[in-house]
Design a protein around this ligand. Structure first.
Ligand code: HEC
Length: 110
């Protein structure tokens, strides 16, 4: 009953796309670049995708995931290669739990 009253007082509904995203992001774990993303990309991607790596092993110049700005810039391609196509990292190996957290990071951090 209380919940009903609270929902009844909610402000104007946002457009559907935003509503879906915010529903996901409200109930999801609070994943951020600082508390998870940085470590994830360091562990799984930086051996090839970092300016300082000694051997990029063919990873394109400039496709680096070392800062939150990099994440924002490459977000769509990271999603495509990692979550949709499962073609990155080379050789695979990501845990389902990490895929789930990456989904949250990509969906909610922008
Ligand atoms: C062992 C080296 C290696 C690792 C580790 C690696 N990559 Fe790559 N990556 C490559 C190579 C080589 C290419 C260029 C060939 C290609 O696109 O398949 C590439 C290209 C990319 C591109 C640009 C091409 C495009 O489709 O837009 C993205 C984005 C990418 N990788 C994401 C990732 C992410 C995210 C990770 C970590 C979860 C990762 N990669 C880990 C080697 C690597």
């Amino acid at each position: 009953m209380l919940l009903f009253l609270l929902l009844g007082c909610a402000p104007v509904d946002p457009p559907p796309a935003v509503a879906t995203r915010s529903a996901t992001c409200v109930s999801a774990p609070a994943v951020t670049w600082e508390n998870w993303g940085h470590g994830f990309f360091l562990t799984w991607c930086a051996s090839c995708h970092a300016a300082s790596t000694p051997d990029r092993r063919g990873a394109p110049e400039g496709v680096d995931f070392e800062t939150e700005a990099d994440l924002a810039r490459w977000s769509d391609r990271i999603r495509a290669r990692t979550l949709d196509e499962h073609t990155m990292p080379v050789g695979g190996g990501l845990y389902d739990a990490d895929l789930a957290l990456l989904e949250v990071l990509l969906t909610c951090s922008r």
